[in-house]
Design a protein around this ligand. Structure first.
Ligand SMILES: C[S@@+](CC[C@H](N)C(=O)[O-])C[C@H]1O[C@@H](n2cnc3c(N)ncnc32)[C@H](O)[C@@H]1O
Length: 433
């Protein structure tokens, strides 16, 4: 147990009141015991709202750490009460990491003997391939078409994987709007991965503003009710009772959300509800704002969406998203993909396309349907075929439209072979010239 009363010692602490778990106070003192007692005699008079330390340490220069913390996590300080910081379990870990890697950090101290800490092993997660999970692309497609469950959370690693593939300058000085139940709560279960990613990278992405809204529908995925948060470089504030209209439900098409979309947002980033996908796309893609969103893998071969791709208003992002977490926090499979209108500099998955003369395509990957239309599979694309031919979603998602091919019709194409309807494809052709 470290001595905490000797004059000259410099401590930094993170403290929380039992009834204010969405925030924590980060402060400095020469006497930890006295500071805690002072708090509990003023703010914590009520027995059921006592303050307690979440973390305490001794420093060489407490003011230097306090200042650098404020600088680094400026967007996470309450705009009105500057010493209060946003609290959730992940952010708490970041505060502690920052403190303990600061040159002025000396050692952790404890006022009383702590129970031994649980060691959390960090295991790098890798997403298994479809084959490893006993799935095929077609089975994912079929499942995707059946998915009508909106209550799927995006996993943090999927957000991180996709967003890290874009030039960082895309985000610089931009307002990001996460508008489909992107709740911000006190732990990972009550915080959307989109909100978490942007909060965590607010500084490194040099964001101007982050606006996250919560939706309160029949099932409240994050249990956060209808609300929202606005984070800026100088602090955060809730879209609270006073600012928001009384009927605000956090819906992406609520007048307040539309106002934010039109007047504030530069980039929209979220995973919208599958059931409202078409309305969402019509609103967001037609808004002229930049977007990076997850939607069903089969959108690209679906009539309601295909026009966006044909008119160059949207294109696939880099990655598929096959796993989500459901409202019981179980891993569930569904076929999603990223879509965007952000510039894609180089697309790794072009290498999966086999653009070769028709004659070089193995017979088993070529079919002609009852109307004589050529259908190709397994990533094969004929380089010397002038007429339209049918492909599945996969080559489009792998970027064939960036390699001199174009969509022919704004609609899906259902081939019939020997009178039997086959799965939807799209017709593409080589561009002239
Ligand atoms: C696929 S989940 C994704 C949630 C969160 N964005 C994420 O990525 O984890 C879609 C969410 O949209 C919510 N939702 C449903 N209708 C909505 C609406 N009209 N406006 C905003 N969100 C809505 C659902 O309740 C659900 O939480």
């Amino acid at each position: 147990m470290a001595k905490t009363k000797s004059i000259g010692k410099q401590y930094l602490y993170i403290m929380q009141a039992t009834q204010e778990t969405a925030s924590c106070k980060i402060g400095i003192t020469n006497d930890l015991e006295r500071r805690l007692a002072e708090y509990n005699s003023t703010t914590g008079k009520s027995k059921n709202n006592q303050c307690a330390y979440l973390y305490t340490c001794e420093t060489k220069n407490m003011k230097a750490i306090e200042k650098d913390l404020a600088e680094t996590f400026g967007h996470l300080r309450e705009e009105s009460k500057r010493e209060m910081y946003f609290y959730n379990t992940k952010l708490f870990g970041q505060y502690v990491d920052f403190i303990e890697t600061h040159t002025s950090f000396k050692c952790r101290v404890s006022l009383k003997k702590e129970a031994p800490q649980k060691v959390i092993k960090i295991v790098k997660k890798t997403t298994p391939t479809l084959g490893e999970r006993g799935m095929t692309f077609q089975s994912v497609m079929n499942r995707a078409q059946r998915v009508d469950n909106d209550e799927f959370y995006t996993r943090y690693e999927d957000v991180e994987k996709e967003l890290s593939m874009y030039d960082k300058r895309v985000w610089e000085n931009k307002t990001v709007f996460c508008n489909c139940d992107d709740a911000v709560g006190k732990d990972e279960n009550s915080t959307s991965a989109f909100a978490m990613y942007f909060i965590k990278h607010f500084k490194t992405l040099k964001l101007k503003k982050l606006i996250c809204t919560h939706y309160s529908g029949q099932v409240d995925l994050f249990g956060q009710g209808a609300a929202g948060y606005i984070f800026t470089k100088t602090g955060f504030k809730a879209i609270g009772k006073y600012e928001r209209p009384k009927d605000y439900n956090g819906s992406f098409d609520h007048p307040l959300s539309i106002e934010i979309l039109e007047n504030e947002a530069d980039i929209v980033c979220t995973n919208p509800p599958f059931s409202r996908g078409v309305d969402y796309w019509n609103l967001v893609v037609n808004s002229g704002k930049k977007f990076l969103i997850i939607s069903n893998i089969s959108n690209i071969v679906t009539k309601s969406y295909i026009g966006f791709f044909k008119n160059g208003k949207a294109w696939p992002g880099h990655n598929r998203v096959d796993s989500y977490s459901n409202s019981k926090r179980q891993l569930v499979e569904a076929g999603g993909h990223w879509y965007t209108n952000l510039k894609i500099k180089s697309r790794d998955r072009h290498r999966l396309l086999k653009i070769v003369p028709l004659k070089q395509i193995p017979d088993k990957y070529i079919k002609y349907d009852d109307s004589g239309t050529l259908l190709v599979d397994q990533g094969y694309i004929p380089s010397n075929y002038k007429k339209p031919f049918g492909v599945s979603a996969r080559p489009i998602l792998n970027g064939v439209l960036e390699l001199g091919y174009e969509l022919v019709e704004a609609g899906e194409y259902y081939p019939y072979i020997e009178g039997q309807k086959k799965f939807a494809r799209v017709l593409i052709r080589k561009q002239k010239g």
